[in-house]
Write a protein that binds this ligand. Sequence first.
Ligand code: NAD
Length: 480
Amino acid sequence: MSVFQNFIGGETVAAANVSRNINPSNTGDVIGEFASGTKADADRAVAAAKAAFPAWSRTTPQERYDILKKASDEVLARREELGRILSREEGKTLPEGIGEAARAGQILAFFAGECLRFGGETMPSVRPGVGVEMTREALGVIGMITPWNFPIAIPAWKIAPALAYGNCVVIKPAEIVPHSAWALVDILNRAGLPKGVLNIVMGKGSVVGQAIIDNPDVAGISFTGSVQTGRRIAANCVAASPMKKVQLEMGGKNPLVVLDDADLKIAVECAANGAFFSTGQRCTASSRLIVTAGIHDAFVAALTERLQGLVIDDALKAGTHIGPVVDENQLATDEKYIAIGRDEGAKLHWGGERLNRENPGFYLQPALFTGVANSMRIAREEIFGPVAAVIRVANYDEALAVANDTEFGLSSGICTTSLKHATHFKRNAEAGMVMVNLATAGVDYHVPFGGRKGSSYGPREQGSYAREFYTSVKTSYTLA
Ligand code: NAD
């Protein structure tokens, strides 16, 4: 069996313990054994990153560009193989896995370009003869803690800007999907990163993640994951001495509003894609479908027909539309919420049953609830599975009020042919991202990503906005 070790200070470092990475489409398929690191491994990685920082932060933009571009080229050339690695460990379909791998390559290329575009500003002083410069400097060592649902794109959209702006990195990927992040770190290191600039320590959040957060030589933490873990990390970062800069991307309970005047085909496609593709395991998934009374029945009927045609099967099999749930724990959570929805009085209109396929895996038929009130737990709490709730409303005003009645604020969508309602919704949706006649999930990589309220904390990720987190501004005054 293949064994994948941590990579620290430019070397493969064998861990005392390993954990098995299991294919959720076929639990008999063990992908490999992956290091389960310790606090000592995390501390060693931070020390290596700290030692590498002075030289790396002074490299020329060309040196950083060359490495990121070379890594991008390799990721794009190997997108099919990397996509297969990803789908095998996470369970999204092969086309989705290949698409995500390609996205990682595009992100690396974008941030290669950022090395060259990145500059400062000058202004005249209010005092005679004085010039003022505003420049941005790298923070130092950045700790990254990532979730399981985008095993290569999220590591890429954190690592690439961190390196482009001159930081060094210690990343801890989610325990259940380490292979994709490991492959990305391997590619970047072979592309020419000096020793210690990019380190990976795999293992448990409570051990490796906590050790990274507790290390005083880490200047900033970029975290994506659940609200519960995010809150704990933020509290740790603020209480630390010195305090750490922190960026959190967390959960969602994203609304998709469907108005009477919507194009039904577009609305159904937005709902099917947004709620159920990638097995509903996206922070931007449309888990609340808020539908006005005049189109409600036609929409539910058409969406049900669409769901009946979806193939739920092995992620690597040609023709599969929806792969398995990521693991037994998440499947149990999905089933728990399906039971809660029924107990609360919502109607399980379609699906929600475990499915058996050729190989043993975590297969769940997408579940569509109707008759849902926005006060029910299935409309308020993030489930993070292929479970969506249809909420019937009277009109646009009620739809907007229900859409905003949530503690989250990541993505928000509307399907309408009315310019007036689309414009009003874009202005008034309490979310970091708004989609008109598009699924709530599915974003570009060159523009900011992030949310409001309970979904996000700190500066945005992606695009050139990423520099807000990964750099610190310096204002210099010079008497000429
Ligand atoms: P999670 O919070 O359980 O784990 C995320 C990461 O934190 C993992 O690497 C885990 O090992 C680590 N961790 C856990 N406990 C820790 C601790 N005490 N100290 C340090 N690290 C710790 O989340 P998950 O189940 O992996 O991911 C699903 C969640 O991620 C969902 O809530 C989803 O909405 C969210 N998510 C958000 C975005 C976004 O950009 N907003 C994107 C993807 C996923």
